[in-house]
Design a protein around this ligand. Structure first.
Ligand code: NAP
Length: 329
């Protein structure tokens, strides 16, 4: 596979993790970093071995040497920045949550389709080898019929502006709840009959915690919890007729432990060695670019829209709207 030059848009904390990851990948060249502040970009370039530092995002998507762009800014800015990259013809790997709303996601994906530019969401667990292991496990029948799952994700990160500020599309649902929804969607699909949810709102106007129950048409359920004011055990649990299984860390899969009806451990699968876990979404981008695909099969565009729609409906049922968002009755 030909080496590709990555450009990173936004020199914040997750950009550092991506830089650490691609430095250890042979197939990617850490090429350009763009920040609104040239000094910050220069410091990032020096610290992480990039070739170019830009003091504006426009310089990044205008650089003909850039093969693809990783968007690493708050959710509020993803749609506009993704559109600019697409219009410049640059393939995009956009951090989660893909956008603020499903409407924005549809606009971005429509533009990408019209311009025939690859775009993918950097929802990293979807791309991990363990994602496939879990899907196969659910289909294997080891636990008989799996009737329900639960998943949680929480970190005490509310003090971060991008988490507590509605203008930056903050809140628990888009920041961490998105992983619990993806976990459920990956394993149980999207034939959802009923959604019940509750968002606890902060004084700033975003959700600090949320609880969601998804009831599927075939009678299965998913019970999900996320928080930005507390730490959780990050577990996913699958409940079946013949036992149950625990997925350690739905944010960055670590292991699958399977128990029988006597509560005896009968299977213990540990994830393969990895760099940070971000390499899989990058490899998926490279594969898609190599093959001329416009989406990554691990997270198709239809799935991006479904998750965004689900998050809209969960927010709206708690009267949680972002600034400028049209209110539903
Ligand atoms: N995959 C994961 O595990 C993971 C973990 C954490 C976060 N994320 C996602 O990564 C994205 C960025 O998160 P982060 O923690 O890296 O954020 P961050 O450090 O707060 O901000 C990242 C960059 O966004 C720009 N930015 C920050 N505040 C802004 C504002 N008020 N207006 C305009 N631009 C602003 C800045 O770019 P400049 O350099 O131009 O100043 C900043 O360096 C989010 O979508 C988040 O959900 C993913």
């Amino acid at each position: 596979m030909k080496q590709k030059k990555m450009g990173i848009l936004g020199a914040g904390s997750i950009a550092v993790k991506m830089a650490d990851t691609i430095r250890q990948m042979e197939s990617v060249i850490p090429y350009a970093i763009a920040s609104r502040d040239l000094n910050k970009a220069e410091a990032f370039k020096a610290a992480h071995g990039f070739e170019k530092a830009y003091g504006s995002y426009m310089e990044l998507w205008s650089d003909p040497e850039v093969d693809f762009i990783y968007i690493a800014t708050p959710h509020s800015h993803h749609a506009e920045q993704a559109k600019c990259c697409i219009l410049a013809g640059k393939p995009v790997l956009c951090e989660k949550a893909f956008t603020k709303t499903s409407q924005e996601a549809k606009e971005v994906l429509a533009l990408a389709a019209e311009r025939k530019v690859l775009i993918a969401e950097a929802i990293w667990p979807r791309y991990m080898p363990m994602a496939q292991t879990l899907k196969e496990f659910v289909e294997s029948g080891t636990l008989g019929k799996i009737t329900s799952l639960s998943a949680n994700l929480g970190y005490n990160v509310f003090k971060k502006p991008r988490v507590n500020d509605p203008a930056l599309a903050g809140g628990s649902l888009l920041d961490v709840g998105v992983y619990t929804l993806n976990f459920a969607s990956m394993l149980f699909g999207n034939d959802i009959k009923k959604v019940t949810s509750s968002c606890v709102m902060s004084e700033t106007g975003v959700d600090t915690q949320n609880s969601v129950i998804l009831e599927y048409s075939d009678g299965r359920t998913a019970t999900l919890y996320s928080s930005v004011v507390s730490f959780t055990d990050r577990m996913g649990v699958l409940y079946g007729e013949k036992g149950f299984a625990i997925v350690d860390n739905i944010n960055n899969f670590e292991a699958l432990r399977v128990y029988d009806k006597e509560y005896k451990l009968i299977e213990h699968l540990v994830r393969p060695a990895q760099i940070t876990g971000f390499e899989y979404e990058v490899l998926a981008m490279l594969e898609a670019m190599e093959n001329g695909w416009l989406e990554c099969k691990q997270m198709p565009h239809s799935e991006i829209i479904r998750i965004m729609e689900l998050m809209d409906s969960i927010r709206h049922s708690s009267k949680f709207y972002y600034p400028g968002e049209a209110r539903q009755n």
